[in-house]
Design a binder for this molecule. Structure first.
Ligand code: SAH
Ligand code: SF4
Length: 394
């Protein structure tokens, strides 16, 4: 594992345009004084530079006059969220701790969120955050111990993919860093995006939807909605709305097959119990064998990992086009759970496999950089508090 602490970026006094949606860009340009008749064309120009070329300054924008570029540069930046720490795992997983803009924080420092890149032979997945902290309190989740600080703006959500593409050289003409071939070399290093970082995305619905529109835009970042997955703990009333308005793929943090246990692991279950959740899944638009809902199931030793529960899981999901992801529990300091034994995970997986679900166990990635939800943030806070070095904690 290598950790790189990057030089602190200059405090941006000018607002950034990077990460904005078409509508937001148009509003900024209108406020800036671009004549109404030119707005559409200017948005189109900026859009290409921002989301196809990955421009980080106005200088290369040769289809905009020097004069206007100068004026834009005096009023705006194309800054991304600031990287506080970047870690590269032995298996090529990369994790960034990002600092967002301060909004009224007393120390003038913005809150921090995480973003993780996981390269595999056939895809590259970026896991992004939607909130700083979470209002929910799932008992096995480290983010659940952190209060909600604030929602991310759509710009900050898009900003995560821009930062990641900058750092892995995923823009036309950029050089990919030498990671020993771990980053798949193809047209795109980032082929998939999952909303599985910090926060409950359906509690930040509007900003997440706006951000996904930017990601899926056919003339920009062009990530197909079939390659974007929103993960939810089960905010049932928002699921049909998300299906109708955003239409990305869906993942459900199931983790238990009985209400009694799910009430403890995923307390939102007390409000929206299993039957309601599964009904919302059955009704999710556009499902087919090629478009399945992913059900996440974290393996907790002696808590939810019996074979009877494996059989019940298969029974519960029988009528839903589903994928099952068994996630080995990623322990964190102070957690009251342990990860199931590997042998038990294998037996559990066998029951699921026999029911026709392919390779259900998600291999733990980036273990050496604590790539699970909420963990880099707390680790780096601890280390900074003791004025240590990041490497010191592993
Ligand atoms: N709030 C959303 C998305 C973020 S959590 C949700 O709950 O779905 C993303 C996934 O990581 C969820 O399935 C969550 O249950 C899982 N997760 C959280 N903490 C974990 C841990 N310590 N080990 C393994 N998986 C964890
Ligand atoms: Fe929030 Fe998801 Fe963690 Fe639950 S699992 S506390 S919903 S981030």
């Amino acid at each position: 594992m290598t950790a790189i602490t990057l030089p602190s970026a200059q405090v941006a006094t000018r607002p950034s345009l990077a990460g904005l949606s078409r509508t937001a860009l148009a509003t900024r340009l209108a406020e800036f004084g671009i004549p109404p008749k030119q707005i559409k064309m200017r948005v189109q120009q900026l859009w290409r530079w921002l989301y196809i070329e990955g421009a980080t300054s106005f200088a290369p924008m040769t289809d905009i006059s020097m004069e206007l570029r100068g004026k834009l540069d005096a009023a705006f930046t194309l800054a991304r969220p600031e990287i506080v720490v970047e870690q590269v795992s032995n298996d090529g997983t990369r994790k960034w701790l990002l600092r967002l803009a301060a909004t009224g924080a007393r120390d003038g420092k913005g809150p921090e969120v995480e973003c993780v890149y996981i390269p595999e032979s056939d895809r590259g997945t970026l896991c992004i955050s939607s909130q700083v902290g979470c209002t929910l309190t799932c008992s096995f989740c480290h983010t659940g111990t952190q209060k909600l600080v604030r929602n991310l703006t759509a710009q900050e959500i898009v900003g995560q993919i821009l930062v990641a593409r900058d750092r892995i050289g995923d823009w036309p003409g950029a050089t990919k860093p030498n990671d020993g071939g771990l980053i798949p070399v193809g047209d795109r290093a980032i082929t998939n995006v999952v909303l599985m970082g910090m926060g409950e995305p359906l509690y930040n619905f509007d900003s997440v939807r706006e951000a996904m529109e930017v990601l899926a835009d056919g003339e920009g970042l062009t990530l197909s909605k079939r390659r974007i997955t929103l993960s939810t703990s089960g905010v049932v009333p928002e699921i049909p709305r998300w299906g109708a308005e955003a239409g990305t793929m869906l993942a459900i943090s199931l983790h238990a097959v009985r209400d009694e246990l799910r009430d403890v692991l995923v307390p939102i279950n007390k409000k929206y119990p299993l039957e309601q959740l599964l009904q919302a899944c059955r009704d999710y638009p556009g499902l087919s064998n090629a478009r399945r809902i992913t059900f996440e199931y974290v393996m907790l030793k002696g808590v939810n990992d019996s074979l009877a529960e494996a059989r019940e899981l298969v029974r519960l999901l029988a009528k839903i086009p589903a994928k099952i992801n068994l996630i080995p529990f990623n322990p964190w300091p102070g957690a009251i759970y342990e990860c199931s034994d590997w042998g038990q995970i294998e037996k559990f997986a066998e029951v699921v496999n026999r029911a026709g679900y392919a390779s259900p166990v998600r291999t733990p990635r980036g273990r050496d950089i604590m790539a699970a939800c909420g963990q880099l943030k707390s680790a780096s806070e601890r280390v900074r508090a003791s004025a240590g070095r990041l490497e010191g904690i592993y």
